[in-house]
Design a protein. Structure first.
Length: 313
């Protein structure tokens, strides 16, 4: 089963600086809350086991133990910032810690995390605009910058492109300190280019970066990206919900079947993960209906059709 990470877009767009291990640790804690059914609150700890870290990120046991210990030492002092609007419509600038308490249990090789009160609603507020992605998409990314870039991009998955992000804002969103990589050559070499390479190589999207200038100076970046068809096909083939007996040929559905099964599919949590950022249920159902009418896209939905009662002709 895929491991789904959900973050409020206010958190996705927050300006913060976390290293690779700290980001991974927080993502695993979010997943622990979802899979255990405990939920996230500001009082009860979430437990992340070293074994989960080892399995998910394919590292040695000793590497995992040391990484989690180091993350505990640093994560408590980490802060992030984000914006909201007051009742009067004024911009509010927030600063918060990520965690209010963090514990490493050496004998058990586990980390216990209690998220700070300000973080909790940002993670669990799913009824508003949110970003969803499978943890597998960032498992192979080996820098925090690559993870941050991927998160920023998929917040715009519905359009496949971002607006122009001014250089100062982009640096903040990527977690680059004001004192780091001040020369554009160094910023590209150490931050942007490696992140672009890793996202293109290891995740489910292919992207291109556009530079925006005033005179000779780069003042911002924008990104264009699209889904990799090969990865979508591979996931379909290896889906744990796929029945080996399922016939991978186009199933011509009647109008009544299209209406019925698109609605049923939209109720499946696994299919809901395909929803675009901010997409309401009605347009999502309509998009699923269109996918069922397309031979290539329908193929990827066949395992889920079977789950909601469809029998191939």
């Amino acid at each position: 089963m895929s491991k789904l990470v959900v973050k409020d877009n206010a958190l996705i767009n927050a300006s913060y600086n976390l290293d690779l291990v700290e980001q991974r640790l927080i993502l695993l804690a979010i997943i622990e809350a979802r899979e255990s059914g405990k939920g996230i609150n500001a009082n009860d700890p979430l437990t992340v086991h070293a074994e989960s870290y080892i399995k998910q990120f394919n590292v040695t046991r000793q590497t995992a133990y040391q990484a989690l210990k180091d993350a505990c030492d640093n994560l408590f002092s980490r802060q992030f910032s984000y914006q909201s609007h007051s009742d009067k419509g004024n911009v509010q600038n927030h600063r918060s810690r990520w965690v209010s308490e963090i514990v490493y249990v050496d004998a058990e090789a586990t980390v216990k995390i209690i998220f700070a009160p300000a973080v909790v609603p940002l993670i669990i507020r799913l009824e508003e605009q949110f970003t969803k992605y499978e943890l597998e998409q960032i498992s192979e990314l080996s820098t925090g910058y690559a993870i941050r870039l991927y998160e920023l991009l998929i917040a715009w998955r519905s359009t496949g492109k971002t607006p122009v992000i001014e250089l100062t804002e982009f640096r903040q969103r990527m977690g680059v300190l004001d004192t780091e990589y001040q020369r554009m050559h160094d910023f590209k070499k150490r931050v942007l280019d490696p992140a672009l390479m890793q996202v293109n190589k290891y995740t489910d999207i292919t992207l291109e970066c556009d530079q925006h200038k005033k005179g000779r100076c780069i003042t911002g970046f924008s990104f264009r990206f699209k889904q990799k068809q090969s990865i979508a096909t591979e996931k379909t083939v290896h889906s744990p919900l796929k029945d080996p007996s399922t016939v991978d040929i186009f199933q011509k559905l009647t109008e009544k079947q299209l209406d019925m099964f698109s609605s049923k599919l939209a109720d499946l949590p696994t299919v809901q993960a395909m929803a675009h950022v901010g997409e309401d249920m009605k347009p999502f159902v309509a998009r699923l209906r269109s996918m069922l009418m397309d031979a290539e896209q329908q193929k990827g939905l066949l395992p889920y059709l079977k789950e909601v009662g469809y029998t191939a002709a």
